[in-house]
Design a protein around this ligand. Sequence first.
Ligand SMILES: *[C@@H]1O[C@H](CO)[C@@H](O)[C@H](O)[C@H]1NC(C)=O
Ligand SMILES: *[C@@H]1O[C@H](CO)[C@@H](O)[C@H](O)[C@H]1NC(C)=O
Length: 966
Amino acid sequence: MATLRPSSTGWALFLALLTILLCLVVPGEMVKHNNFKKCDQSGFCKRNRAYANSASNQGSSWSAPYHLDSSSVKFSNGQLLGTIVKTIENNEKVNLPLTVSFLESGVTRVTVDEEKRIKGDIELRHESKVRKERYNEAAKWTIVGGLELSSTAELVKETEAGVTKVFYGPNNKFQAIIRHSPFEVHFQRDGETHIQLNDKGFLNMEHWRPKVENPDREDNDSKDNVDDSTWWEESFGGNTDSKPRGPESVAMDITFPGYSHVFGIPEHADSLSLKETRGGDGHHTEPYRMYNSDVFEYELNSPMTLYGSIPFMQAHRKGSTVGVFWLNAAETWVDIVKTKASTNPLALGVSGKTSTQTHWFSEAGQLDVFVFLGPTPQDLSRTYGELTGYTQLPQHFAIGYHQCRWNYVTDEDVKDVDSKFDMYQIPYDVIWLDLEYTDQKKYFTWDPLTFPDPDGMQKQLDDSERKLVVIIDPHIKNEANYPIVEDMKSKGLAVKNKEGNIYDGWCWPGSSHWVDCFNPAAMSWWTTLFKYDKFKGTHPNMFIWNDMNEPSVFNGPETTMPKDNIHHGGWEHRDVHNVNGMTFVNATFNAMLERKRGEIRRPFILTRSFYAGTQRIGAMWTGDNQANWDHLAASLPMVLNNGIAGFPFAGADVGGFFGNPSKELLTRWYQTGIFYPFFRAHAHIDTRRREPYLAGEPHMSIITQALHLRYQLLPAWYTAFQQASVDGSPIVRPQYYVHPDDEAGFAIDDQLYLGSTGLLAKPVVTEGASSVDVYLADDEQYYDYFDYTVYQGAGKKHTVQAPLEKVPILMQGGHIIPRKDRPRRSSGLMKWDPFTLVVALDRNGQADGTLYVDDGETYDYQNGAYIHRRFSFSSSSLSSEDIGAKGTKTGQYLKTMAGVRVEKIIIVGAPAEWEGKSSVLVLEEGSHTGSQASLQWFAKQGGKAAYAVVKDPGVSIGNLWKIDFS
Ligand SMILES: *[C@@H]1O[C@H](CO)[C@@H](O)[C@H](O)[C@H]1NC(C)=O
Ligand SMILES: *[C@@H]1O[C@H](CO)[C@@H](O)[C@H](O)[C@H]1NC(C)=O
């Protein structure tokens, strides 16, 4: 190009060429928007937005056509039944059965179905054999408990005509006010409305209707401004959706009066506090979309759909958190609009406040919505988890560091990387194999040339208690002489196309079929494939990665399956799309449980696609991100949002999947990644190798320090995981969750708290930074984790130095943090290491904290084989008490742990009276005399707090003990 000297006409040509070149180059670095639907390219999305427009434009003259038939209302045993009647053209009526269930937990569930479809009283087009009902099995895959009906909910007797009221919830302090005409529900807590269903009248259940082949144009629907062009057929990207059941979307508006922040509905690459989607400041123009998709090189600050969906939303304001869970497995969009009370005189009691109005629409299925009245974020986590399940307590190794790339190319390569980590004394727990380990992309095989000795490889890893994870995807190569595909075909276990034949699509192996895990027979078959004698060359230290399970289909519409594909049970893919990926993970989870009779270990499975409930069976990561600073920054709100949506075992690819990070970026990414609950480095096949030992100095040492920090805090991490597994608490928590009354912190999504430890981290996510500003909500003293510098002052930002070698972490006064300080090669080798306790005193000289420990591997903890302690410091005395429950395996477990001791106690903010003191009195259960341990006191220096160190108090971690400092 240097010799090109364009003439003036040549310039035009040159510019034209340049434009073409840019067009060729740019899309390679950005998401291909044309591959994915915008709202106006998705028939039901466009129709429902138009419906909302028309309702809004008519203002107070809008009369929604949905009325609850007063004579149909019955209430008994915590449940209200009735029929909503929709009035359509020619005054015809459509019956929509309504159920409002008041649950023992205080949650309400509202479902609406369609009588004609329930009865099968409809005709399908194209001689389709699919089911006629609206999809009614989303709960079957998602809900695992919490559905007991309230025994105390009661119908309020005398009320005005056309209104039904029910008291329910704790002490019957909640009230549902159901207006019959038009149908509308207000949910109140302590007399104040927090959630309104159909307040704006956007409820829309597209009823079944026959297709009129040659419509009499005089009698078409356009008099109601209804666009019927997408009712019967829809084309996108060269694929035509045959829609045998016609239009059947469900939609409703849900308003949160007085709430200006809403969070949740992952997965989107966006801020934690969701943005408006129809006007407003910094708004999006598209609704937030949930349609699990393999979005290549996804973009940031976008409501575009990604790999997984959890239709659970929390609305938050000072002193109150409420929420809704929209249980629907079909494609779903959510519009968000915020209004100031002045323009919304009907929102009583919230004058001057902002309200958030949301509008939800799904392509198919029942209307099924759960309403949560809080009032705290913790109440939402707990009650949502009661329904969809809590986080699996993972094996302990799974919270260590995972080393992955596409691909470690041979078994020798894996062994070499493993040895290098040891040579450079860098800890890691798991090494991963992406799909190139297989024999020509056939899962359950090894490439005979590159992985001739999987046994030797796993054995070497096992020598240092390390694990292997291999990828197994749901697409099965369609090739002769591959017994797995032959078996799957002959047994009829694959997803079918609309004609009822085995669906064939294109993925990594080329022509492929997809296992249909909605079929119980497919799940049983899948289980057989993981037995040691079937998946040869695999060991107990091998675990599984389920990728591409949206499912990703390279030649399918929007890179997935056609919606008119057919699953087990006669459901269309349209009905089940968003739970599809989860059923595959579940099949793998069950298979891993049954690898060998008598060998029950907690499975570890990473999944890319997910839905509400996937937290029970796996971990997720945010998919194919990019090696740039913006993607590093975006990972924090994404991981935090997953946590509040009930799926906290989350992380992003450290280093960025596409592209080559600079050394500074890679280093900062490790320092951030140590705060992802799921902590894995991963890289695309075209990137340069970037294992930490290749970073060169000083980067290698700094990354190693970050890894040591993660490993040092593993006891705190594991304790946070255990808490998540019993009450749904996020493992890393956003500012509003920890300080729900501090309005200035609600939108903050770039700093996080680790469990209940009081550790507050603000990772550096910008280039060239040498400090960060940490926001403190309260007036407690916060100590720098490393040098105990004190930061104090509520409601403002504090500058914390953050040169490249430093991770900004503060300890909130009032907490006790358990650690293990001895560096090892893997977490498995730390099992018997002693503990260090860091006691960060609050302004009153008090602190407490918890520790959970078990074998990290089996389910014996369910029989009491664990240690759960609360440590408290007050009145100059530190004590450890048991907060666990006993079980059949408690005694045995405590015996194995008897030698695991506390080797050091650091008291930060130690009182000045301790100056000159040189010992403390240690009292431990089983010893009558007590003993002395040495104490060293260090005076306060500059801005740094005084501290004291107790050396080797010798107490056992599982025992009752007390240390007296007075
Ligand atoms: C519906 O009928 C009206 C007249 O009533 C006509 O103007 C309009 O074009 C028709 N719409 C369609 C989509 O055929
Ligand atoms: C998971 O597997 C269990 C046991 O086979 C089954 O009962 C459950 O319905 C499955 N759940 C999902 C989400 O596939």
